[in-house]
Design a protein around this ligand. Structure first.
Ligand code: SAM
Length: 282
């Protein structure tokens, strides 16, 4: 009998992946965690029935959520990751030898444990000595932090369940205060194609714009996320993602990436007209 994983992306759209095995399933204190072995995308982790990572296309998301900011401020030394339990974001950060420390605040230990057991190519740096991993709510963690981080990456789930508080004005204000003078915040910003996601993305962006002087949106093509077209937010106190791009410095690091490069960087901030319109009206 054929086995399929089916995700209800909206009430009217589903994504199905043919599955070899259902390797893991458990309910944590926060969400249901599942791992499947798929035919096309390698191993897949879902949280509450939604795709988080697959072995085949995770490089796109993790390249874009890390290297884009690193190329705008290649001197970044202290980083905070909120969420990111699969470990892909800290794996990419650890490729920069000059990053001194990455604090990572993940609410759900089960996600990290499952990543360690089933996704060794993604989770390998969760126990890197430069990564300081704690299991707590990112919203509570951010309270009262000042001038601590050059980069904050919000590698969160969608704005429902435990991830909801990571899309609020209060939280973004705490992030602003926790950033250094050249600080950058990057967040995953949902898909513009389906209304329910687009609404959240626009709202999140409008909140960021109230707090940060520079806010831009960039995109990437991620096949297993709803619509395959995904947005990220870039917010900064001082640095503009295109005008301040340090392409030569970033390229001199010699970091070999499968998706990101400094040419694509410029293109990623050039948005389709309907997305620009959405954001402008947000
Ligand atoms: N790449 C995924 C996507 O966009 O679909 C998201 C990555 S997944 C690793 C997001 C992580 O955020 C999950 O492990 C989840 O447990 C964590 N998370 C959700 N809410 C959180 C919160 N309030 N504080 C810290 N981590 C949180």
């Amino acid at each position: 009998m054929e086995l399929w994983y089916t995700e209800e992306q909206t009430d009217n759209v589903r994504l199905s992946l043919k599955v070899k095995n259902h390797l893991f399933s458990d309910q944590s204190d926060f969400q249901k965690v599942d791992v499947f072995e798929t035919f096309e995308y390698g191993r897949l982790m879902t949280l509450d029935g939604l795709v988080m990572v697959t072995e085949k296309d995770e490089f796109i998301y993790h390249d874009m959520i890390v290297h884009t900011a690193m190329a705008v401020n290649p001197a970044i030394k202290n980083v905070l990751v909120i969420g990111g339990g699969d470990g892909g974001t800290v794996r990419e950060l650890m490729r920069y030898k000059h990053i001194e420390r990455a604090d990572m605040v993940e609410i759900d230990q089960m996600v990290c444990d499952v990543a360690r057991d089933y996704f060794p190519t993604i989770s390998g740096d969760l126990d890197n000595p430069r990564v300081n991993l704690s299991y707590e709510d990112g919203v509570a963690y951010m309270k009262g932090k000042e001038n601590m981080y050059d980069l904050i990456i919000i590698d969160s789930t969608d704005p429902v369940g435990p991830g909801e508080g990571l899309f609020t004005t209060e939280f973004y204000t705490d992030c602003f205060n926790a950033l250094t003078e050249n600080g950058i915040l990057v967040n995953q910003n949902e898909s513009p194609v389906y209304e329910q996601f687009a609404k959240e993305a626009i709202r999140a962006n409008a909140k960021l714009r109230k707090i940060f002087p520079i806010v831009e949106v960039y995109s990437a093509a991620i096949p297993t996320y709803p619509s395959g077209f995904w947005l990220f937010g870039f917010a900064s106190k001082k640095l503009h993602p295109i005008n301040d791009l340090q392409a030569d410095t970033w390229n001199s690091f010699g970091i070999k990436t499968k998706y990101y490069n400094t040419e694509l960087h410029k293109g990623a901030f050039a948005l389709p007209s309907y997305v620009k319109e959405y954001i402008a009206n947000g």
